[in-house]
Design a protein around this ligand. Structure first.
Ligand SMILES: *Cc1c(COP(=O)(O)O)cnc(C)c1O
Length: 421
């Protein structure tokens, strides 16, 4: 650690939680310089759905580089981009009956969110965006404005406005109906709320504590948007690319968002790559109006294309994720049942589940303990109160059980230790 002290900015976060210097990685494993092996349930915060250095993707990538394939292409046409677009259309959009235009934004999630917000505002000529409590959409100013966390917002230094915040589904034990509330407000002629340009929502809040929206709520939200001419943005940056079983987490709700943001696991290889998917009727950009030097990461196009060809050619991968999700759920429920009197809550869905311990200190200790035992796992939620299980989707059952055993041991030790003092 001391190696980095005084040279790297104070802003580094994960390096404090996992104090090792890492050097290599393969599949679900990451190795430190002492060659200690860790099972990686942080998975690049959801960027490594297909594992570290996935051999299928690596092979394509190396051969593309060897053949002097274009690496940096701005937004020029390249063969790699052409293939990405056609395979994405063929394997992902078409089977789901979705017809989206693909906008290549800057390569980070937050930039695709910025683009999505601009589209809503430009298309409708309105300013307000409806966003939800505990949302996380990135940390550049526009995305930060729709993000909920005070901690992140406090760093902006300027007002973060033109956002109307509503409780997310299930917040306040369902005693407040956000959709009903806003629906009434927007319908009365004397409303104090300016008509919003759009709504941005996560189907499952990745950073916000694994809160999930119900199918009914999402459908009602879509209806509300239609009724009031607002665009619906679904942020799939963390939930997308199979994390909840389907390619998009909104599929089960059978909604059809106006804009979808994708990043994190899109390249499949941990390479930076983000897109905004836009319904054709809302693609009213002028050429170059939203740009970014690195929006043509052709290496990422090559690996992303291969993920669609290999993992999304049929339903096998998806089914395996559903199967492993159930396994995770059962294991986590065993833990919450065991500590029933503590009131710990199971959270999340798909391979994005966790436990709410209602205490950030406890979760931090569990993470540190698990790290010492060789499993990397992270906290999330408004007070880091939720332990988040985010394995690479390609993990096999025995490794999954092994890591969950370790996590269960880490939890037992921390909880029993706490009860002793
Ligand atoms: C990570 C994340 C973002 C931001 O993506 P970056 O690549 O970190 O800018 C936005 N929305 C969600 C849901 C995320 O998980």
């Amino acid at each position: 650690m001391s190696l980095f002290d005084g040279i790297e900015s104070n802003v580094a976060f994960y390096s404090r939680l996992y104090p090792a210097v890492f050097n290599s990685s393969e599949g679900v494993y990451i190795f430190d310089v002492q060659n200690r092996r860790y099972i990686d349930f942080l998975a690049g915060a959801g960027s490594l759905n297909y594992g570290h250095n996935n051999p299928i993707l690596k092979k394509k990538l190396i051969s593309y580089i060897e053949s002097n394939g274009v690496t940096h292409g701005l937004d020029m046409m390249t063969l790699a981009k052409k293939e990405f677009l056609s395979v994405f259309h063929e394997k992902i959009l078409k089977p789901r009956n979705l017809s989206y235009i693909v906008q290549f934004t800057g390569p980070t999630g937050t930039n695709s969110v910025e683009a999505a917000l601009k589209i809503c505002r430009n298309v409708t000529g309105r300013q307000n965006i409806i966003a939800f409590t505990n949302a996380f959409h990135g940390v550049t100013l526009g995305s930060l404005a729709v993000t909920g966390g005070r901690f992140y917002r406090a760093a902006a230094g300027v007002p973060l406005n033109n956002v109307f915040r509503l409780p997310y589904d299930g917040e306040h034990d369902n005693s407040f109906d956000s959709i009903n509330y806003i629906s009434e407000k927007l319908t009365t002629s004397n409303s104090e709320i300016d008509k919003p340009a759009g709504v941005i929502v996560e189907v499952l809040q990745g950073e916000g504590g694994l809160n999930k929206a119900s199918i009914k709520w999402l459908q009602e939200l879509q209806e509300l948007c239609k009724r009031h001419g607002m665009l619906l943005i679904v942020d799939e940056i963390q939930t997308g690319c199979g994390r909840t079983g389907d390619f998009f987490s909104f599929e089960k709700a059978r909604i059809y968002p106006d804009i979808v943001t994708l990043a994190k696991s899109l390249s499949g290889y941990g390479l930076p790559f983000a897109v905004a998917l836009i319904k054709p009727c809302y693609d009213n950009w002028k050429p170059g109006q939203h740009n970014g030097t690195f929006r043509g990461n052709n290496l990422a196009f090559v690996t992303a294309t291969e993920t669609f060809k290999y993992y999304w050619k049929n339903s096998e991968f998806s089914e395996a994720v559903v199967h492993k999700s159930l396994l995770i759920k059962n294991r986590l429920k065993e833990i919450t049942d065991k500590y029933e009197k503590h009131g710990f809550q199971h959270k999340g869905l798909g391979m994005m589940q966790g436990i709410d311990f209602m205490d950030g200190k406890v979760v931090n200790e569990i993470c540190r303990n698990a790290f010492l035992k060789g499993v990397i796992v992270e906290p999330c939620g408004p007070t880091s109160n939720v332990l988040k299980i985010l394995p690479p989707l390609i993990i096999d059952n025995s490794c999954l059980h092994k890591a969950l055993d370790t996590i269960a041991d880490s939890i037992d030790e921390v909880i029993n230790n706490k009860m002793r003092c």
